[in-house]
Design a protein around this ligand. Structure first.
Ligand SMILES: Nc1nc2c(c(=O)[nH]1)N[C@H]1C(S)=C(S)[C@@H](COP(=O)(O)OP(=O)(O)OC[C@H]3O[C@@H](n4cnc5c(=O)[nH]c(N)nc54)[C@H](O)[C@@H]3O)O[C@H]1N2
Ligand SMILES: Nc1nc2c(c(=O)[nH]1)N[C@H]1C(S)=C(S)[C@@H](COP(=O)(O)OP(=O)(O)OC[C@H]3O[C@@H](n4cnc5c(=O)[nH]c(N)nc54)[C@H](O)[C@@H]3O)O[C@H]1N2
Ligand code: SF4
Ligand SMILES: [Mo]
Length: 704
């Protein structure tokens, strides 16, 4: 193997690649030695190095002399002094919670850890959260309440290929993680069955043995209906339920009312398909139930995931080797990003910030009194919508997210950002959010830094530096250390990722996400280590639940859950369901991928996928501009007619800013437990752009 072995900067599959410097961007090659991708990469991975030298790469700090003046280049000292002075002034005037921090699931473990520590003891603020709240927080909360622990997949990804059946709910890995499909191909090659649940016939659904096409937001009823059938057909693993779980009777009572005819009426999935799904899922020795964002990004996302976990438990899957429930996580470090303290209610090691023992442990590692640690803060959307309000933060430091494009009801979020006294953004490109900042700090990219990432399997991997960052650019760790020093923060603020990792190990020791036994050397030697790994002699934990669940009594918990409708249902004025998601060639807010020519050519702009029958009723032609309106706002995008979607539902990807931005439309209704917004269903009206109705809508009479 030549070149520097590392991993892709984008999604949670963390495909292995090597980088070989040359003229221009380093050459990317796919690694064969990483089980997740086994020599494959998607188009985003192949072109990832092109972002290193994009023409508008940020290479100098920028600051606005006044709130209404344009951003101008400045020195690092000027930029960091400006931030430190602003923070100190606002803290003195309004208290420590006047300053907020927003992080990202793409940050390495070391950066996420240091950012959480900086918020708690550098700024003394409780106001920190991150974009992972928008990602897998519902699956995390449901896993915690069932298993006492939250880790993406229940075992190595290669277990999927050896399974007899996989039920995938609301995930489209053919576009969102293409090399993941190799594992599903292995499954089918061995005669196993793939069942996909998605309102659209996606590329993933086309590769399935059975495709269930429910109405958006009805997966909970579907899951209860499948469990009803499993019970009726005697497929429950009674011995497992008796020895390894608690609470089944309450769930049995609830699902009794989800008979197939009723479930067909709620979901639109025909009864024979429900029966076929149960038959396939329970037909073999080993099976997996997996959820993606389609099932999770709902105001009842946690209960929906619980309903599928209940089904998995009744079939005896979790804790059986090569079987289980899993969440197909999202961002590069979606796993580690939620384990080490950038979430409002967490300390490193997946500890709870309101647990006195956890506070004492972490405070000792940080060299502070536990009493100085703040309590839990606001969740991501609640934090963003409090910015600049009388009781809310007056300053925001943002690392690794672009909420102007990716937050729900994004126009209102942009207004909140504009109401701040001080917005500071660290990024390597001028994202839509960075362009609104008072101070912009240019940071290093993945190929220019080292650290660790935890992939969707829970395997901790090494990110390695292959090229130096351009002149004028600092790493996120250097930025945090520069600010901590200026603010007189207690404790150590290393800029060396290896040193920060050593501290993270100590801080996580004894917690649920225990990294104490993981070292850079071990990761190199073993090709990654699965957490929890409490000491250096511990082999790591590829399959956590084989003997017992990490709950007080060692048993998994059933949770009875009932179906209810979406937070906003269709009506005469907004008669169609809107759902949102992704396409292959763009990543998230598009800040990175829209700048890469090959990807911009492959997916140049926003569109709405709609059924020809619906388009016909509305007088919308293929390729025409369509105006979409919801109670939050309007967007104009290109029509893409396809028979692959239900005729009562339309789909818009969220990768673009401006007038075609999906998040001008989305509903920020939050799940009561996870605080996940309802990205995946709301009520919309469509009309050809430029008609009188569409123009009337532009007056915003529905804005509420
Ligand atoms: N190309 C690309 N890849 C990515 C990303 C990206 O932005 N672009 N982002 C990464 C990240 S952070 C994440 S979180 C993952 C997300 O990966 P996925 O979960 O696969 O992505 P989505 O497209 O958001 O949603 C998946 C599917 O859910 C379906 N869906 C919508 N509403 C419902 C519903 O109510 N029920 C059901 N059952 N299905 C529904 C949609 O039609 C869609 O096909 O992808 C990662 N990989
Ligand atoms: N409508 C709708 N909205 C959604 C979703 C949906 O399905 N539908 N999905 C949601 C989900 S699952 C997610 S994960 C979010 C993601 O949405 P965002 O949080 O906006 O994610 P990105 O676009 O990846 O933004 C990352 C930003 O940080 C920068 N960046 C990347 N790496 C680093 C780093 O190491 N350090 C620093 N300082 N900056 C970095 C990038 O250049 C980019 O500008 O979107 C959510 N929004
Ligand atoms: S699937 Fe994900 S990790 Fe793999 S190359 Fe594509 S974006 Fe990168
Ligand atoms: Mo995500």
């Amino acid at each position: 193997m030549t070149g520097t072995p590392t991993h892709c900067p984008y999604c949670a599959l963390q495909c292995g690649m090597t980088l070989t410097p040359g003229d221009g961007p380093p050459a990317v090659a796919a690694r064969e030695d990483v089980p997740a991708n086994r020599g494959g990469l998607c188009q985003k991975g192949w072109t990832a190095a092109d972002l290193l030298g994009v023409p508008d790469r940020l290479t100098t700090p920028l600051a606005r002399p006044r709130r209404d003046a344009p951003l101008e280049p400045c020195t690092w000292d000027e930029a960091l002094d400006r931030v430190a002075a602003g923070v100190s002034r606002l803290r003195a005037a309004h208290g420590p919670d006047a300053v907020a921090v927003f992080g990202g699931g793409g940050l390495t473990n070391e950066k996420a850890y240091q950012l959480g520590k900086f918020a708690r003891i550098g700024l003394g603020t409780s106001q920190i959260d991150y974009n992972g709240r928008f990602c897998m927080s519902s699956a995390a909360a449901a896993s915690l309440r069932a298993f006492g622990m939250d880790r993406g997949l229940p075992g190595p990804i290669t277990d999927l290929g050896r399974s007899d059946a996989v039920l995938l709910v609301g995930g489209n890995p053919a576009e969102t993680m293409p090399p993941f499909m190799r594992h599903l191909a292995d499954l089918r090659g061995r005669g196993g069955a793939l069942i996909v649940v998605d309102p659209r016939r996606t590329a993933t659904a086309r590769a399935a043995d059975l495709h269930l096409r429910p109405l958006p937001g009805t997966d909970l009823a579907l899951a209860n209906g499948l469990l009803h059938l499993a019970i009726a057909e005697g497929l429950v693993d009674e011995a497992y339920v008796a020895s390894r779980t608690t609470g089944f009777e309450a769930v049995r009572t609830v699902v009794n009312a989800y008979w197939p005819g009723r479930v067909e009426r709620i979901t639109g999935v025909p009864e024979p398909q429900l029966r076929e799904a149960v038959r396939l899922l329970a037909g073999g020795e080993r099976a997996h139930i997996l959820t993606g964002r389609g099932g999770e990004q709902h105001a009842k996302g946690v209960d929906t995931v619980s309903a599928f976990v209940n089904l998995a438990l009744a079939l005896g899957l979790p804790g059986r080797e090569g079987s289980g429930y899993g969440c197909v996580t999202g961002q590069g470090n979606g796993q580690g990003g939620r384990e080490h303290g950038q979430k409002a209610d967490q300390l490193p090691g997946y500890r709870r910030i309101d647990d006195p023992a956890a506070r004492a442990h972490v405070a000792a590692v940080w060299g502070v009194d536990p009493d100085v640690l703040p309590g839990p803060g606001r969740s991501a959307y609640e934090l963003l919508s409090a910015l600049g309000t009388p009781d809310g933060p007056k300053a925001l430091l943002l690392f690794g997210s672009n909420p102007v494009v990716s937050a729900p009801r994004a126009a209102a979020v942009a207004d909140r950002l504009d109401a701040l006294d001080l917005l500071v953004v660290a990024d390597f490109v001028p994202s839509e959010t960075a362009r609104r900042a008072d101070v912009v700090l240019p940071t290093a990219q993945w190929a220019e830094e080292s650290g660790t990432m935890t992939n969707l399997e829970g395997r901790v991997l090494r990110r390695r530096r292959a090229v130096p960052p351009p002149d004028g650019v600092r790493t996120d760790l250097e930025i945090v250390a520069g600010l901590a020093g200026r603010l007189g923060a207690p404790g150590k603020w290393s800029t060396d990722p290896a040193e920060v990792f050593e501290e993270l190990r100590a801080a996580s020791a004894g917690g649920p996400a225990d990294y104490a036994g993981i070292s850079y050397e071990r990761i190199e030697r073993e090709g990654g280590v699965f957490w929890p790994c409490p000491d250096e002699d511990h082999p790591g934990t590829p399959r956590p639940y084989l003997d017992r669940f990490p709950t007080p009594d060692g048993r998994a918990r059933f949770v009875p859950v009932e179906h209810r409708g979406p937070a906003e249902d269709v009506d005469g004025r907004y008669p169609v369901y809107l759902t949102t998601g992704r396409v292959l060639a763009q990543y998230q807010s598009g800040a990175q991928t829209r700048r890469i020519p090959a990807l911009a050519d492959a997916a140049p702009g926003p569109f709405v996928e709609l059924h020809p029958d619906l388009a016909g009723r509305l007088g919308i032609e293929d390729g025409a501009d369509v105006r979409l309106s919801t109670r939050r706002g309007s967007a104009t995008v290109r029509a893409r007619l396809t028979g692959d979607i239900r005729d009562d539902t339309v789909f818009v990807p969220f990768h673009w800013p401006g007038e075609g931005s999906a998040n001008l439309l989305t509903n920020p209704a939050l799940d009561p437990v996870s605080r996940m917004p309802e990205f995946k269903v709301c009520a919309v009206r469509l009309e050809p752009a430029g008609t009188s109705e569409a123009r009337a809508g532009e007056c915003g009479e529905d804005a509420s």
